[in-house]
Design a protein around this ligand. Structure first.
Ligand SMILES: Cc1cc2nc3c(=O)[nH]c(=O)nc-3n(C[C@H](O)[C@H](O)[C@H](O)COP(=O)(O)OP(=O)(O)OC[C@H]3O[C@@H](n4cnc5c(N)ncnc54)[C@H](O)[C@@H]3O)c2cc1C
Length: 398
């Protein structure tokens, strides 16, 4: 890995830094929860998305022919680094630009690329991910939502759950069973479905953080055009694995920046509570420092293969497993340091401070994008080549 990005890329970094300085509200924290509350937060997210778009910072590394800026992966990395350093908020259309867009680029037909990619970049289409169901999470291939062809349309019936940002999205990439007779991995298709139609109902779910970030989504004979299948009918499993690779591997090169800044804050909290002389706290903080450094170098290794043009493969499970479990450990250290103070919610209503929020939200990080147990199975079987886990025995009654 060459750590010198070169003058052109560094000039781009300076441009991004100046722009962020001029456009990001002062006092911005990693989580916009600190800066804005409730509806203000939603408005800010939409305005922020539009500002980024107008400045040419959406689709930085996408080809120009699909509306992108045509810059290199390194420039995209530098942009992401500067966003993290400036504490810019997470993106509203992450599922569009980060997941379904790259998936369409890899599996879509030329017509599909021309139709969908520019609309992701323009913000006309905001996406959510319709994979998980009440009885199909880790065992995603057991999904029961079905789609049947009716003339030139798919008719979709079933239920998705944990669908993040579905309340804002106007499009959903949906996994649906299109051949009930086929083996479970082989009868699934990857459909692009408009959300704004009578057959779709979105019901927000309240989380323990107080936010309703994810939703239940009900499909009752919802429709999408027959040509909105990505990667071919009944080939959706392979396409979904591409999307999950992007989801699990997306932040590997920048997460250490976020975590090292957060760790500095944890150390400040330890100082404030007079805990920096406590040998057990010191030991925990030193371990966390080492863990963040491991993340940094493993990020560089991933970056090397990304720059060599390799799409994220099963190796992305290593980083997902590592950062999500690290995050729970460091947030537990932080709560231990704060003691009872960590449990007090100040002010009116249920507005958590940044670390209380992170501690509670951190419980979900070892679940979404595949649980830790599932990441370990993937690493064992597909990275290390260990024997596959045995299939569950049939129940006595069957
Ligand atoms: C904050 C958040 C946001 C999410 N956003 C989305 C979204 O936008 N779109 C979407 O489609 N989904 C989303 N999800 C769903 C997420 O992908 C699933 O929750 C996850 O895949 C686990 O599925 P499950 O909840 O059904 O748990 P289950 O699969 O029922 O798992 C229960 C437990 O059993 C363990 N387990 C299951 N199978 C095995 C096995 N074979 N070996 C060992 N252990 C096993 C699991 O690790 C877990 O501990 C989100 C989840 C969260 C928490």
């Amino acid at each position: 890995m060459d750590f010198d990005y070169g003058p052109e890329v560094e000039a781009f970094r300076a441009e991004v830094r100046d722009w962020l300085e001029a456009n990001l509200p002062a006092g911005q924290e990693d989580s916009i929860r600190e800066t804005f509350a409730g509806d203000e937060r939603d408005t800010f997210m939409r305005d922020w998305e539009a500002k980024l778009r107008d400045a040419g910072y959406i689709g930085i590394a996408w080809p120009k022919e699909y509306g992108g800026r045509g810059l290199s992966t390194l420039e995209l990395l530098v942009f992401n680094e500067e966003m993290v350093k400036a504490r810019a908020p997470q993106r509203l259309n992450f599922f569009g630009e980060g997941l379904v867009g790259p998936t369409i680029m890899q599996w879509g037909t030329e017509d599909q690329k021309k139709e969908f990619l520019p609309k992701i970049l323009s913000g006309e289409h905001v996406w959510c991910q319709g994979f998980s169901e009440p009885n199909a999470g880790s065992d995603l291939a057991s999904l029961a939502t079905k789609a049947e062809l009716d003339g030139d349309e798919w008719v979709i019936t079933g239920q998705k759950v944990w669908t993040t940002v579905a309340q804002y999205a106007n499009w959903c990439f949906v996994l649906a069973r299109t051949d009930p007779e086929a083996k479970k991995h082989e009868g699934i298709s990857y459909l692009l479905v408009p959300m704004d139609q009578p057959g779709i109902e979105v019901r927000p779910l309240k989380q323990m953080t107080g936010d309703s970030e994810f939703n239940e989504v009900f499909f009752d004979e919802a429709r999408c055009p027959a040509e909105n299948v990505i990667g071919g009918v009944n080939n959706g499993w392979k396409v979904a694995m591409t999307t999950l690779g992007f989801e699990r591997g997306g932040s590997v090169t920048t997460s250490y920046l976020r975590f090292s800044r957060e760790l500095r804050r944890v150390i400040e909290i330890a100082q404030k509570f007079g805990k920096t002389k406590d040998p057990l706290v010191r030991q925990d903080l030193a371990s966390h420092f080492t863990e963040v450094e491991i993340m940094r170098y493993s990020g560089y290794r991933t970056l090397t293969s990304v720059l060599a043009g390799k799409p994220p493969g099963p190796e992305s499970s290593i980083s997902k497993l590592y950062w999500s479990e690290y995050h729970q450990r460091v947030l537990k250290t932080m709560m231990d340091i704060r003691g009872l103070d960590g449990e007090i919610i100040e002010g009116e209503g249920y507005e958590l401070d940044q670390f209380q929020y992170a501690y509670l939200f951190g419980r979900s990080e070892v679940i979404y994008a595949g649980t830790s147990q599932i990441q370990r199975n993937i690493i064992g079987e597909r990275v290390l080549g260990l024997p596959r886990e045995p299939k569950p025995e049939k129940s006595l009654s069957s």
